[in-house]
Design a protein around this ligand. Structure first.
Ligand SMILES: *[C@@H]1O[C@H](CO)[C@@H](O)[C@H](O)[C@H]1NC(C)=O
Ligand SMILES: *[C@@H]1O[C@H](CO)[C@@H](O)[C@H](O)[C@H]1NC(C)=O
Ligand SMILES: *[C@@H]1O[C@H](CO)[C@@H](O)[C@H](O)[C@H]1NC(C)=O
Ligand SMILES: *[C@@H]1O[C@H](CO)[C@@H](O)[C@H](O)[C@H]1NC(C)=O
Ligand SMILES: *[C@@H]1O[C@H](CO)[C@@H](O)[C@H](O)[C@H]1NC(C)=O
Ligand SMILES: *[C@@H]1O[C@H](CO)[C@@H](O)[C@H](O)[C@H]1NC(C)=O
Ligand SMILES: *[C@@H]1O[C@H](CO)[C@@H](O)[C@H](O)[C@H]1NC(C)=O
Ligand SMILES: *[C@@H]1O[C@H](CO)[C@@H](O)[C@H](O)[C@H]1NC(C)=O
Length: 691
């Protein structure tokens, strides 16, 4: 219950405290709730009782602008309607209409239009991502500076719905007027989808989640190799990596899903370093003993890279692509710089797209990178110093690892946190005021720039998968990103110390869980509707395969069962003609769901995405009953059997130098019980929320 809210005016020097008050009709007048990211300015109108949302609320798109933008205003409005249904809990809402605000409507309308003016990034550059909004008992008007701005305005409305406690009068949104604009043009996250395989549907869900917090870029690092120097320079180096790729159609669907929610995919094909996928195919292009580096002087190297781009450029809808270009040999600086400039020109001529490269330090006294290549800085002070790059006129994106890098599960020596470090985000930076895209180091203000610097395009946080497929399940990657993306969204929208409406850490903490749970369009939490006593299912005896109504259930949960596997090593399989045949039998699968399977053999959990099995150091005895209790949180999964505890773990292969054990978290395999080919008795099965 948010009875006391603090709303601070952008234009006022005084902090204004809005209190819950009763207006002359007796309805509760509410104020704008703090949300993520914070709204730049809002002036409450205490003379109005507010906008009452109901199942008959009509969404109207200004017919003058319905086709403006790509996606168009009306397309965004339709997605918004779906989200509003899911978030409000109404079973339905009227279909979106095109019209004008003056057309007669039976109930208050949400009206989407364009034409908002004076929306600029902090640099002063005009943007179509801004929006104004005016809320009254008659209408909730969102006026974008472009269709994308109106879309972000719908996210604001949805977050207010999520954060407003329903009163006896319904869901009432604060009356008043507001205006909001992101501080920076580039607000995004990068996922290493090269060293870990992900289904396109998972990537799409990440976009949908991120867009609820108004992020606008999803940078997909799409080609790379695991780094193991001994292996790469040894005789077997062509044996790494698996045969994993998305099809053009899958990629098109992914792009469309992200774009429908205001997110642009920036694809990265990384060369001339990190290029094992290419040298495995054409070993002659590699530098001997460093086959992950391409020899740019070989006459076939650049034509090969160009041929790859020729193939994939038509896939990509973004105006920019990343050619990677990190961690190359500094003694080959001139080759490197010529390569980057050549690719910039080539990709521009072929597709009209411009390029980004990772920040690097390739000293040359004769050559320099073209000014129209954006530098994505990541390593201070190892890269060229970003403030110096900007002084020379380069445009820069901040991905500084000290603040913005994560590694799947954990990093080598703990240099990166599991989630973005909240202390750094809220109170890091030289002045203790918190990180923002203009902050590259904590230690020396002269290395940071002003939020208004027009050459600072924004920021992209990154999650790498240095330890490959078996370090994490996809959902474990989401667990690392969930809160990280939300705090990052606040800092890239509002900055630190720029607007007095920015969130405080306490405000963020008090609303994050609610907003995470409310984020529409995906269910990465694998949340389920509340059940009596938190019991999802309970079966005294399971003698036939059963299907529950839960595809998958996110941790924390407790899955219990009593099992008596047969000792036979063969199983009878029915044939079409009514007879049956005996086939070898490994125990089968007891439970399966979207995100996991549980095998009898070694009680191994399987991740269906990568098909990797994670066995326990334990075998169930056959022909006797054993009771197994599985407890899972987002940090681990363990089994209690006969008073002993067994953990599902993996071994992270750290740079090929040493192995590091780590826990695994699995969602409950809740869809099928007695799922595939299990032979034996299964009793007292229950799945209960909470661990
Ligand atoms: C990789 O997959 C493609 C398409 O399924 C197949 O044609 C090719 O033979 C596979 N290559 C390897 C090395 O497995
Ligand atoms: C790169 O290729 C060129 C041309 O084939 C060759 O002369 C040169 O030695 C190669 N460089 C390295 C480091 O192998
Ligand atoms: C970048 O600048 C170079 C040199 O001025 C030019 O050849 C190239 O076409 C430009 N590329 C883009 C994407 O504008
Ligand atoms: C930034 O940091 C680097 C290395 O720590 C230092 O050499 C440099 O002088 C600093 N200041 C500026 C303005 O570049
Ligand atoms: C998981 O581990 C993190 C530290 O990595 C800790 O902050 C968090 O409380 C743990 N959560 C659970 C559910 O154990
Ligand atoms: C995980 O994969 C790495 C190769 O990247 C391998 O060395 C390691 O043994 C695997 N771990 C397990 C538990 O299979
Ligand atoms: C797994 O998690 C448990 C509980 O937090 C912890 O005691 C144990 O050390 C972890 N195991 C590994 C390999 O990290
Ligand atoms: C199942 O649970 C019931 C009630 O707790 C118990 O009496 C029964 O022995 C259990 N069945 C098995 C096979 O353990």
């Amino acid at each position: 219950m948010k009875s006391i809210l603090s709303v601070r005016f952008c234009l006022s020097t005084l902090a204004f405290i809005g209190l819950l008050q009763l207006d002359r009709f007796g309805a509760a007048a509410v104020s704008l709730q703090p949300q993520i990211p914070s709204v730049a300015s809002f002036s409450p109108n205490s003379d109005d009782s507010g906008f009452v949302l109901s199942a008959s609320t009509q969404i109207v798109v200004d017919s003058t602008f319905q086709s403006s933008g790509s996606p168009s205003l009306i397309d965004y409005a339709k997605t918004f309607r779906d989200d509003l249904i899911s978030l409000s809990g109404f079973t339905s809402l009227p279909q979106v209409q095109a019209g004008s605000l003056e057309d007669s409507h039976t109930s208050p309308v949400i009206f989407l239009t364009l034409g908002a003016t004076d929306h600029n990034y902090l640099s002063g550059l005009a943007t179509d991502e801004g929006y104004d909004f005016v809320v009254s008992s008659q209408s909730y008007i969102i006026k974008g500076s472009g269709a994308i701005g109106a879309w972000w305005g719908t996210r604001t409305l949805l977050q207010q719905v999520a954060l407003t406690t329903e009163s006896s009068d319904g869901i009432i949104l604060a009356a008043g007027s507001g205006s909001d604009t992101p501080g920076w043009e580039v607000r995004g996250f990068m996922l290493d989808a090269a060293r870990h395989w992900f289904e396109p549907s998972f990537l799409a869900d990440l976009c949908i989640y991120a867009s609820f917090f108004k992020l606008q870029t999803f940078h997909i690092h799409a080609s790379d190799n695991l780094w193991d120097q001994n292996f790469i320079s040894g005789p077997d180096w062509r044996k790494t990596n698996q045969n994993e790729t998305w099809t053009k159609d899958e990629f098109a669907v992914l792009q469309a899903t992200c774009s429908a929610r205001g997110i642009t995919i920036i694809p990265e094909v990384d060369t001339p370093g990190h290029s094992l996928p290419i040298t495995k195919w054409k070993p002659e292009l590699g530098i001997p003993k460093s086959p992950d580096l391409l020899n740019l002087s070989h006459p076939d190297t650049i034509p090969t890279i160009k041929a790859i781009w020729d193939e994939v450029l038509p896939w990509f809808e973004s105006a920019e692509v990343s050619i990677g270009a990190d961690e190359y040999d500094a003694s080959l600086a001139n080759d490197y710089i010529s390569f980057v400039n050549d690719m910039s020109q080539y990709i521009s001529q072929k597709s009209g797209k411009s390029i980004r490269i990772w920040g690097t330090n390739e000293p040359s006294s004769t050559l320099s990178i073209n000014m129209n290549v954006t530098i994505q800085h990541w390593d201070f002070p190892g890269d060229s110093i970003p403030v110096q790059l900007m002084e020379r006129g380069y445009r820069v994106i901040n991905s500084e690892q000290q603040f913005l890098y994560l590694d799947g599960k954990t990093s080598d020596a703990g240099q990166f946190p599991v989630e973005l470090d909240q202390d750094l985000m809220w109170s890091g930076a030289p002045d203790g005021g918190g990180w923002a895209p203009n902050i590259f180091t904590e230690h020396d203000s002269s290395n940071n720039t002003s939020p208004q610097n027009p050459l600072l395009r924004g920021s992209i946080m990154a999650i790498w998968n240095d330890w490959g497929n078996n370090a994490t399940t996809p959902l474990e990657i989401y667990y690392q990103l969930a809160r990280s993306l939300a705090v990052f969204a606040e800092k890239t929208w509002a900055g630190s110390g720029v607007r007095d409406t920015q969130l405080t850490r306490d405000q963020f903490n008090s609303i994050y869980d609610t907003l995470n749970a409310a984020a529409p369009g995906q269910n990465l939490n694998r949340a389920v509707a509340p059940q009596p006593n938190n019991i999802l299912f309970q079966y005294p005896t399971v003698s036939q395969p059963q299907m529950s109504s839960f595809d998958s259930v996110g941790p924390p949960y407790t899955l219990k069962f009593t099992i008596k596997p047969t000792s036979s090593s063969e199983i009878s399989v029915p044939l079409f003609d009514g007879t049956s045949m005996l086939v070898p039998y490994d125990g089968g699968v007891i439970f399966s769901g979207t995100d996991s399977k549980l095998h009898v053999q070694s009680l191994a959990f399987e991740d269906p995405t990568t098909r990797i099995r994670y066995p326990l150091p334990y075998e169930l005895p056959t022909d006797v009953y054993t009771t197994v209790e599985i407890h899972a949180t987002r940090n681990y999964t363990y089994a209690l059997i006969d008073g002993n505890t067994y953990w599902w773990t993996t071994e992270l292969d750290i740079w090929g130098e040493y192995m590091k054990p780590a826990n695994m978290s699995f969602a409950a395999p809740s869809r099928f019980i007695r799922a595939e080919g299990f032979n034996g008795e299964l009793r007292n099965v229950s799945l209960v929320l909470g661990s």
